[in-house]
Design a binder for this molecule. Structure first.
Ligand code: EPS
Length: 388
């Protein structure tokens, strides 16, 4: 079983990711991890911070000569902005007093619940870790995890389906490769030029009025064999695990698979994906994929299709009403440098956490300590399914 922890504050010196349960013998291309980190940094609507950072991992354990060796893998990403925060984010008690205390919680942020729960008087102690800067580590882990499933033909892509009130019209005949090409070129990760223009206009309008925008992203994964996850126990269900991973991201408000919430509004006859059998290829087929690729908590062999809604960022340049936690007087929420819209980045982040969950479920199913062992198990299982 793979597991991971991340650590690090938004303006601290470094972010850290530790992944445990890593099998040996997998080729790891660090450039691919850095490529995904760069994708995460892009997107129209970001603030000044992304001009400061150039996220790159420094692998410090678990990889030798480009291959995993079975030990925990650790990645470090330096926060370049720390230079401007050294005193304010110092671990040294003598530097207390260097930082202005943040006392006005932003509605929608972790600020208020966090200081009450942890009994802290400076909101910065909460916001630093609640910040979506943490997703840098998740993307590094996801890009690493992708390299466990890529050799077995699993491909995963996240893209934007809507930002604010503008929904993209994405032709449903596009292959994952075509979708990738179209969304990588888009400033907002949308495969619809008209929607892109409208979204950019809306982001500009929000910037002018000090407002923010949320959106919905979709993640599609192809090449998943039937039978990842299990129906037998609640915490082994693949969709449950993917949903948990997505809902653990900052600012998420909902997850849906396949037809999603619409599934609750149509009849069974219109929803369920009828089964066929391709005698030439000797495999079961589906006439639709309204399930989004899971039934009974197991992968069906069809593409996994999941959407996640992110609320607008809670740092508003035109702040909402709040209360000062010291004086208890009415005050406006704190203004921090922030983004207007981070949904294009959220697509890469969602893709990354889905990648981790798929890699984990894959390694569980075909478990072993090395690439060779996993490959044997995988091939044997595919043969079993084919000969069924
Ligand atoms: C964030 C606020 C902004 C964003 C940040 C998330 O940071 P800063 O306060 O330093 O300008 O840029 O996102 C990142 C740093 C990142 O890497 O995505 C927040 O409050 O969540």
């Amino acid at each position: 079983m793979l597991r991971f922890l991340t650590a690090g504050e938004s303006h601290g010196p470094e972010l850290v990711a530790v992944v445990e349960g890593v099998p040996a013998g997998f080729e790891i291309d660090v450039a691919k991890i850095n490529h995904d980190l760069a994708r995460r940094q892009k997107g129209y609507g970001r603030g000044g911070r992304m001009l400061i950072e150039k996220d790159e991992v420094r692998p410090v354990s678990g990889i030798r000569f480009g291959r995993t060796i079975g030990s925990p893998v650790t990645f470090i990403v330096v926060n370049r902005d720390f230079k401007s925060w050294e005193k304010r984010m110092s671990a040294d008690p003598r530097d207390r007093g260097e930082a202005k205390v943040v006392t006005r919680p932003r509605p929608g942020h972790a600020d208020l619940a966090g200081v009450l729960k942890y009994n802290l008087e400076d909101i910065r102690d909460i916001l630093e870790r609640a910040s979506a800067r943490e997703t840098t580590a998740r993307v590094a882990i996801g890009a690493f995890a992708k390299q466990f499933v890529a050799p077995f033909g699993i491909d995963i892509l996240g893209y934007v389906t809507s930002i604010g009130a503008t929904a993209a019209k994405i032709p449903n005949h596009l292959s994952l490769a075509e979708l990738r090409a179209a969304t990588e070129e888009s400033a907002v990760r949308v495969a619809d030029a008209e929607a892109e223009r409208a979204i950019i206009e809306e982001i500009d309008a929000c910037k002018k009025t000090g407002d923010t925008l949320g959106g919905v992203v979709e993640v599609v994964a192809t090449g998943i064999p039937v039978g990842l996850g299990s129906h037998v126990q609640w915490d082994r269900k693949l969709d449950g695990r993917v949903a948990h991973a997505l809902m653990s991201l900052q600012a998420t408000k909902g997850v849906e698979f396949g037809l999603g919430f619409e599934a609750g509004r149509v009849r069974g006859s219109a929803l369920h994906d009828e089964i066929g059998f391709d005698t030439a290829e000797r495999r079961f087929t589906r006439r639709s994929n309204n399930s989004g690729g899971t039934e009974g908590g197991m992968s069906t062999g069809e593409p996994l299709r999941v959407r996640v809604a992110f609320k607008p960022l809670s740092t508003l340049m035109q702040p909402l009403r709040s209360v000062d936690i010291r004086s208890k007087e009415e005050a406006e929420g704190t203004i921090e440098r922030s983004d207007v819209c981070a949904i294009p980045a959220a697509a890469v982040i969602a893709e990354s956490v889905v990648a981790f969950e798929l890699a984990n479920a894959f390694l569980e199913k075909f478990g072993g300590d090395s690439l060779a062992e996993i490959t044997r198990n995988y091939r044997g299982y595919l043969k079993q399914v084919r000969d069924f």
